[in-house]
Design a protein around this ligand. Structure first.
Ligand code: FAD
Ligand code: UDP
Length: 388
């Protein structure tokens, strides 16, 4: 029997960064992944159109954390890329996050000048104001603008994406895309905005390229590990496994839905290949009612690429409730941040804390809206904590 120091479930950012750190410290790692590839949701591949397609939706790297950039730079070089998004409002594609240019594109000059002036007076230039805060303004003109933005940008998009209203969801959802009192039309303002030169998958291959790491693809946790919940022991090849087990999957699945199902949102992508260019920016949002557009956004991948091919591949993004048996919704993408789920998650977490060698890490296992940089940072921090 091969002796492993650690068994890691899931080869996304959380699992791969952990595997890399253990292996660099000369520990033997078994990394198991149920999909047929590494990289988790960040997986990308070159399609027959010459386009680097992000299988699970566009992944743009942006961060203020230099430690994360330094770490990843050991495994890839980067090229600069700044993400821009336009949203369809009153039949015009305007900058999203909604900003001063969006106002100019939607209102006549006199009204636009007035609204911009009021916003700048109230909040100051370069200020980000979450929509729920803007709606609380006591200035009646700003309040009216806030209701317009709420209706045209957030209300229907959020219903389509989450099947909940914005008020029911944790503020962390809408706070990601605040109204921006600025002419800066980039989606993110982070210090570092760039993409790995050869794509994310190639970067993952380098992160995992270490003789101390054995990778088993197409392998489910239950093919390899048995959990004894009564005695809080984990078995590997019929023997109690004393090393650490890092789990980056669903916690409700692990405990056979003991406290009920946790809710996740899934996506289904309609893929189209075409010649030339479909739209002017990488992503166009459709914050319109479901009856008008049943999808939330369209992404055109060639805009992300350093060397753009003539041909193009687009993804039209349709949200679905996650259900392992759904043909179009069988991958859990987003934890659904409503109160009942967060409380339910805590029960699972408490139960799993009884295993003293089990670590929950990542977007699914921690039920957190992690961006890529944040999960890399969390994995770097977690490893330091374990080592200490
Ligand atoms: P995952 O990538 O989900 O990896 C978990 C892995 O575990 C998966 O490969 C899964 O198959 C495997 N697994 C689960 N259960 C089991 C099991 N029982 N047995 C075996 N294997 C198992 N972040 C950004 O910074 N910028 C972006 O632009 C961005 N865009 C995004 C767009 C979309 C549509 C989505 C959904 C996310 C986006 N993110 C973005 C977030 C990013 O995808 C996550 O931060 C990152 O993927 C989290 O990594 P993870 O390892 O926690 O999870
Ligand atoms: N959102 C919206 N309209 C938009 C863009 C975003 O209502 O045009 C809301 C929606 O609830 C979405 C959330 O803001 O789920 C976060 O948006 P983000 O673009 O960060 O979503 P992600 O890229 O994580 O899917």
């Amino acid at each position: 029997m091969k002796i492993y120091d650690v068994i890691i479930v899931g080869a996304g950012f959380a699992g791969s960064v952990m595997a890399n750190q253990y292996a660099n410290d000369n520990k033997k790692v078994l990394l198991i992944e149920k999909k047929n590839h590494i990289g988790g949701n960040a997986y990308d591949y070159l399609d027959d159109n010459g386009v680097l397609v992000h299988e699970y939706g566009p992944h743009l790297f942006h961060t203020n954390i230099k430690e994360v950039v330094d770490y990843l730079s050991k495994y890839t070089s980067f090229y600069p890329y700044e993400h821009r998004v336009r949203g369809l409002i009153n039949n015009v594609f305007v900058p999203i996050p909604f900003n001063l240019s969006s106002i100019e594109e939607l209102f006549d000059k006199e009204k636009a000048d007035y609204l911009k002036e009021e916003l700048i007076k109230e909040y100051g230039m370069e200020k980000k104001v979450p929509i729920l805060e803007l709606r609380k303004s006591e200035n009646t003109d700003i309040k009216e603008l806030a209701e317009f933005i709420f209706e045209k940008v957030f209300k229907y998009y959020t219903m389509k994406q989450w099947d909940y209203s914005i008020e029911e969801l944790s503020n962390q959802v809408s706070d990601r895309v605040p109204v921006f009192v600025s002419y800066d039309d980039r989606y993110f303002q982070d210090t570092y905005q760039m993409m790995p030169k050869e794509g994310f998958t190639k970067m993952f291959e380098k992160i995992l390229d270490n003789p101390n790491i054995d990778i088993k693809l197409n392998t489910e946790l239950k093919d390899v590990l048995k959990f004894d919940f009564e005695n809080s022991k984990i078995y590997f090849e019929n023997e109690a496994f004393e090393g650490k087990v890092i789990y980056t999957g669903l916690v409700d699945e692990l405990l056979d839905y003991k406290y009920g199902k946790l809710e996740y949102r899934s996506l289904w992508f309609e893929k189209k290949q075409l010649d030339g260019e479909y739209q002017s920016v990488t992503t166009c949002n459709y914050p319109t009612p479901k009856e008008e557009h049943p999808f939330t956004r369209i992404s055109e991948y060639k805009h992300i690429m350093e060397n753009k091919p003539q041909a193009s591949t687009i993804h039209i993004e349709y949200p679905y409730a996650y259900d392992a048996n759904n043909e179009k919704g069988n991958i859990p993408y987003y934890p659904v941040f409503v109160k009942e789920n967060v409380e339910r998650y805590e029960k699972y977490k408490k139960e799993l804390a009884k295993f003293d060698n089990l670590i929950l890490l990542g977007r699914l296992a921690e039920f957190k809206y992690y961006n890529m940089d944040a999960i890399v940072k969390a994995a770097l921090d977690k490893y330091k904590e374990i080592k200490d």
